[in-house]
Design a protein around this ligand. Structure first.
Ligand SMILES: Nc1ncnc2c1ncn2[C@@H]1O[C@H](COP(=O)(O)OP(=O)(O)OP(=O)(O)O)[C@@H](O)[C@H]1O
Length: 151
């Protein structure tokens, strides 16, 4: 797959960075521009990573269920934190995959395999933790709500 590579800016504009990152193609000079690039990363992951979309959907469902079942603020905060952890690790997994592909391109390398497998493993561990937390907090309330409907 070919990617169109944008032309680098001829001259860096704005304030200089406290650390001269000479190998950086471009440095975001303002908070707003940093947010813009961060958002581009999130939309890239959402558009290209099926697992990221699945986690966003499950996370939204868990929070909605939590609100509907009147979970306490602390319980909702714990669920939100675990979902945030999964999504954060998904983004890091995508970043690591990109750096590995950039480094080794389409060649097999045992270290590339380790990097990608460990990054994917980190997502899996956090997903299991999120399922456990959501299950412990939501399922008893859901069971109680369903039971109250019939008995
Ligand atoms: N260059 C490589 N050298 C060795 N093994 C590789 C290489 N690229 C990918 N792999 C192996 O293939 C697996 C899948 O790699 P890929 O880049 O497709 O990740 P992915 O399927 O997008 O992962 P995820 O589902 O976590 O996003 C990796 O976990 C790794 O075991």
């Amino acid at each position: 797959m070919s990617h169109e590579v944008p032309t680098p800016p001829t001259k860096r504009s704005g304030k200089s960075s406290p650390v001269d990152r000479q190998f950086s193609w471009k440095i975001a000079n303002s908070l707003l521009i940093s947010f813009k690039y961060a958002w581009q990363g999130i939309t890239y992951a959402f558009g290209t990573q099926r697992n990221f979309r699945i986690h966003v959907a499950i996370g939204s469902l868990a929070v909605s269920l939590g609100v509907a079942l009147s979970l306490t603020g602390l319980e909702l905060a714990i669920i939100s934190l675990t979902i945030g952890l999964v999504l954060t690790l998904e983004l890091l997994n995508t970043a690591i995959e990109s750096v590995v592909d950039l480094t080794v391109e389409q060649t097999y390398h045992e270290l590339a395999k380790i990097a990608k497998d460990c990054a994917a493993g980190a997502v899996m561990v956090s997903s299991f933790a999120a399922i456990t937390v959501a299950g412990l907090l939501i399922i008893p309330r859901l069971y109680g709500a369903i039971a109250a409907l019939f008995f």
